[in-house]
Design a protein around this ligand. Structure first.
Ligand code: PEP
Length: 259
């Protein structure tokens, strides 16, 4: 059985805090124009799922412009609270209210710049699951942690915080912190080793869920390095930051998926 018949590849752009109504419209128009040219699966269906994670104020615009295309979309964060006096927060139910299917949780910029703990990330994960939004749980070690040989210890700790309060995840993004926005990428072999270990860690609790679990890689993915990453058996796609802001570059990454 091929990997794609078990796990549909997932390639997503994380727009971070970039964009305007005008640039979003141009980017989405470029993506939609290129989507029909992406590789098909064995059955002639769309091989990979393509998504964008947009800033909150633009989610409505993205949902309208993506409607009717194969482009999925999601949010970059969520509140851990369901409702109430939490000025500036956005509840999972609000995202669900207008059809949001995915949301990032635990992105390294949230963990490092906003002090998000493993426990808070797990609460956010749970808030999303409660309303039926698929959380894309981001995990990854810093350069110091990698150099200390602690990569697996760190990503297992981040994953275990979620496993302690929720079921097995459906979507993980392994993003070594030292590779995000730096131009440095884990080698395909380095990334594969972590993905394999993450899948085995989930399998110890739920073998079937581990088989279905999509684990995407993030960290300076570009058109030039995507194919080698996607050739690895446990790399099921990519979470793309900077290169996702250019429609041609992002589409070239999508074309590199080896289903
Ligand atoms: C990210 O922000 O999730 C990311 C992987 O960024 P970049 O591709 O720019 O390294």
């Amino acid at each position: 059985m091929s990997r794609s018949s078990i796990r549909r590849p997932f390639i997503a752009g994380n727009w971070k805090m970039h964009g305007s109504q005008a640039t979003n419209a141009a980017l989405l128009a470029g993506l939609k124009a290129g989507l029909p040219n992406l590789p098909k699966g064995e059955a002639g269906d769309d091989a990979a799922e393509i998504a964008v994670f947009a800033p909150y104020p633009y989610l409505d615009q993205v949902s309208r412009l993506a409607a009717g295309s194969r482009l999925a979309w999601g949010a970059q964060d969520v509140s851990r609270h369901a409702v109430g006096a939490y000025t500036g927060e956005v509840a999972a139910s609000m995202l669900r209210d207008f059809g949001c299917r995915y949301a990032l949780v635990g992105h390294s910029e949230r963990r490092s710049l906003h002090g998000e703990s493993d426990a808070l990330v797990a609460e956010k994960f749970s808030a999303l699951e409660t309303v039926g939004i698929v959380p894309a749980l981001c995990l990854g070690e810093t350069l110091a942690e990698r150099q200390a040989g602690d990569t697996l210890k760190v990503v297992f700790r981040q994953l275990d915080a979620v496993l302690a309060v929720c079921g097995a995840p459906a979507l993980l993004a392994y993003e070594p912190v030292w590779a995000i926005g730096t131009g440095l990428t884990a080698t395909p072999e380095e990334a594969q080793a972590v993905h394999l270990a993450l899948r085995a860690h989930v399998a110890a609790r739920d073998a079937a869920a581990a088989e279905r679990l999509r684990i995407v890689y993030g960290g300076s993915v570009k058109a030039g390095n995507a194919a080698a990453l996607f050739a690895m058996p446990d790399i099921d796609g990519a979470l793309v930051g900077g290169a996702a802001l250019d429609a041609d570059e992002f589409l070239a990454i999508c074309r590199a998926i080896n289903v």
